[in-house]
Design a binder for this molecule. Sequence first.
Ligand SMILES: NC(=O)c1ccc[n+]([C@@H]2O[C@H](COP(=O)([O-])OP(=O)(O)OC[C@H]3O[C@@H](n4cnc5c(N)ncnc54)[C@H](O)[C@@H]3O)[C@@H](O)[C@H]2O)c1
Length: 117
Amino acid sequence: MKILVTGGAGYIGSHTNRLLNEKGFETVVLDDLSDGHREAVTDGEFVEGDFGDQELLDKLMTENRFDAVFHFAAFASVPDSVIHWSVSGKNIFGDETPPAFYRCRDECRRYEADTMK
Ligand SMILES: NC(=O)c1ccc[n+]([C@@H]2O[C@H](COP(=O)([O-])OP(=O)(O)OC[C@H]3O[C@@H](n4cnc5c(N)ncnc54)[C@H](O)[C@@H]3O)[C@@H](O)[C@H]2O)c1
């Protein structure tokens, strides 16, 4: 099974990515390194980029046939999230509240990834 891990250079995502690889899953990590660390991505393929970049997302989804997406790309801190949200339109959901999550879910459906976590 092939899995897209967004925010996979961050705290939760990097551990998830490592565990998935230990369990034999193939992963692609998408992270813009705004708050993550490249060295935290110890396994799988790393792609540096913004989850909000629709063109990049399309390319990834087209080139890979993901079975699932683990979506961790977001500002984890609630206070930062609120500040960033007002400044950049991004928050703990990775974007303008629900839209990023729904967009990710819709992309999965569009490209027929079976599940999203
Ligand atoms: N850490 C916790 O205890 C905890 C608990 C419950 C829920 N969560 C949730 O889990 C998610 C991840 O939290 P975390 O603690 O791993 O945060 P983190 O900051 O360590 O990781 C988030 C990662 O997302 C990346 N990122 C942010 N915006 C991006 C974008 N637009 N495109 C691509 N990458 C982007 C950052 O560079 C970072 O590597 C958040 O939604 C958070 O609210 C975290």
